[in-house]
Structures are given as C-alpha cells and as structure tokens.
Design a protein around this ligand. Structure first.
Ligand SMILES: [Mg+2]
Length: 382
C-alpha cells in the first residue's frame, strides 16, 4: 500500500481535518490543528506531505521518526500538531487495513469504559450552576470550569473572593454529588497561584489545571508542596522530551497531553507510559473535534493510568458546529453515566461525514482567541 494524497479541510468551529488517501482505496482521517493557528499548521502538513506521498502508510513508527528527526529542527506547537494529525490518519489507515480498532493494535483494552467530563461556564465563568444542572440531567457528573477571568501578577482580595465564591457555590448547590476540576488556564502567575490554591483547598476540586504556564514549570513542584489539590498540566507541551522534565522535577499529578498537539497516538501512548512509571495520571486534553477525541479514546483504553477524558460537547468555543456534526456513526459515542464506550469500528472508530466536511470547508471563519487586557492596558493571559 502507498500513500497517494493528503487533503486538508479547515472547518467551523476552529478545527481542521486531514484525509490521507492510499492506492488501495483505504483512507484515514486525522485532526492536525492549533486553535487559532490552523493555517500555519496547514502549511506544515503540506510541507511534511513531501515525505509521505509514495510511502507505505503502515510503517507509522518510521514515518513518525522521518517527520520528527528528518527536518533537523523539531518540536513546538505547529510541527508537533502537524505530525499529530498525520499520525492519527496513519493509525486510522492501519486499523482499517487490518480490520481492527487501534486499541487492538496497541495490545488491547485495559478497561471497559472511559470516564469523561464536560466544560461548564465559558470563558468568563458565570452561570455554572445552570450548566451543571443541564448536563447532570443527561448523566454527566464530572465537570471542568475556568477558575478566574484575567488576573494580575499580584491581584486584589476582591479578585480572590470572586474566584472562591464561584467555586463555593458549586459545593453548596451540589455537595459531593458531582466532581469538578478547575482550569487556571495559564491566567494565574506564581504569586497568585499560591494564594488561590490555598483558598480553594477546602472545596476539594479533582485537580487544578495549568496552575501556572508551562514555561514556568519549575513552579509545579514548589506549588505542589503547598497544596493537597492534585495539579494538572500538559496541553502546551508537545513531546516526551518536554514531559520528561516535568516528570523528573515532580509536582504534577495528572498529565494532559493533547493528541492533536503532542505528536499523535504514537507519541502520546509513550507519554502515558512514562507517566505511569512516575505514578502520574493521564487525562488527554481535547477541546477539539471528533477525530481528535477518537484518537484520545484509543490511547485511554490501553493506558492503565488514564483517568479522565475531556471532550468538547457544548464547549463555549463550538460556534458554528458541534462535536458530532461531522460524524456519521454518532451511536458509537453514546455516553452512558458519564462514560464513553470503546469505539467498535476499525481504525480510529469514527466515520467522517465527508460531504458535510467539504461543504463546511468552503468558507470557514478563522477562529482567534480574544486578546485580553488588564485595567492598565497591558496584555493579560487568556
Ligand atoms: Mg486547559
């Protein structure tokens, strides 16, 4: 079998799908994207295509190494996202060629169902109670919400009180009948992270995510010393070679590599294994589309330390399309009591509605995250 063609489709809300075709008629789908920089990743995939056309798609390990090492310069959000989406499509082809789901190729399932969680409350967290009530009605009991809006490097008692009040009302309304993680989203700098973590501790969140930015990772062990809340991070780390420093330093209880940003299935299954060796849980980041989610689930089902799967149903970014809009076999993703079942179909297990993808890719909007500013006019982390 030989790769014949790579085609990219930028689609709403902020996703990009890749179709890889072969001379045997088997096609694979991937989702290479960086939210807000889809066209940059598109250019990277088109450059990497030179290495792929004419090659045997089943030699995934070799093609991965060619894409990673073959260009001399490596790593980073753009290149590793391009490789990630290509890698997903290659696993999809291989699974379809052999007639089995990817988790069978990775040694078979370690669990029968995978726990998932939903976002509530949007970018500027409000109305979380309403959001939780609606989702609880359809059997979802685990949530994530943003911890704060923009926050100064050193901020006021009023800002701290607002953040804490938001979380307090959740425990007040629901007690321990639901669980939730809190995403600091890199909005919090080290001085305030210490303050907020201490104040949040009584509400026992499942985790605090990106307590500080990945580029301040030296703070993770220091913050972990000050709190019993499990700390999570990893959506802005792109390979084993970045994660190894986090594991070696300690402090992170949950790693959250993104299957569409960190080199795909081939790389993330290794990151999960490294995490297991350090007694660190694995919870793939996935505020993206259905192909990315399917890739995450493939790795979750073979990773003993996989604890939670993010997904983008109803997420505040999904303007213009929802998680399963481009999926034909929606029934395979049926959530039951807050769990995803293993996807039964060969390859990644998602049948992409190609007609709909092509139609949606005709004039897609370029999604951008907002640029926030502090009251003094300086740029704030979003
Ligand atoms: Mg996050």
């Amino acid at each position: 079998m030989k790769i014949t063609k790579l085609t990219l489709y930028r689609v709403p809300p902020r996703w990009m799908f890749l179709k890889i075709e072969t001379d045997e008629g088997i096609t694979g789908w991937g989702e290479p994207v960086i939210e807000g920089r889809a066209r940059t990743v598109e250019a990277a995939v088109n450059e990497l295509a030179e290495y792929l056309v004419g090659q045997d798609p089943t030699r995934i390990n070799d093609l991965w190494q060619v894409m990673y090492r073959g260009g001399f310069y490596r790593g980073g959000a753009i290149l590793m996202s391009a490789i990630a989406g290509i890698d997903q499509a290659l696993w999809d082809i291989k699974g379809k060629a052999l007639g089995v789901p990817v988790y069978e190729l990775l040694g078979g399932r370690v669990r029968d169902k995978m726990k998932m969680y939903s976002w509530v409350g949007g970018d500027r967290p409000a109305d979380v109670i309403e959001g939780i009530l609606t989702l609880r009605d359809i059997g979802i009991h685990t949530f994530k919400l943003n911890g704060t809006e923009e926050l100064g490097i050193v901020d006021t008692a009023t800002a701290v009180d607002a953040a804490i009040a938001r979380i307090a009302q959740i425990r007040e309304a629901f007690g321990n009948t639901i669980e939730f993680g809190i995403d600091f989203h890199g909005r919090v700098a080290a001085p305030m992270a210490k303050v907020l973590l201490r104040e949040l501790e009584p509400f026992r969140p499942l985790f605090v995510e990106e307590p500080v930015l990945a580029e301040q990772a030296e703070y993770y062990p220091r913050l972990a010393e000050h709190t019993s809340i499990p700390l999570a991070a990893g959506e802005r780390m792109y390979s084993r070679f970045e994660f190894k420093h986090v594991f070696a330093r300690g402090g992170i209880a949950i790693v959250q590599p993104d299957l569409s940003h960190a080199g795909g299935i081939t790389e993330c299954v290794k990151i999960a294994a490294m995490a297991e060796a350090y007694d660190v849980a694995f919870a793939p980041h996935c505020p993206l589309g259905p192909v990315a989610l399917a890739a995450c689930l493939q790795v979750d089902f073979v990773s003993h330390n996989a604890v939670l799967q993010e997904q983008s149903m109803g997420i505040h970014y999904n303007k213009g399309a929802e998680l399963f809009d481009y999926v034909i076999n929606r029934e395979d993703f049926q959530i039951k009591d807050g769990y995803f079942p293993p996807l039964p179909k060969p390859g990644l297990g998602v049948i992409v509605d190609e007609e709909r993808v092509i139609a949606a890719s005709q004039n897609p909007p370029d999604w951008r995250n907002p640029v926030w500013r502090h009251p003094d006019g300086s740029v704030a982390e979003w």
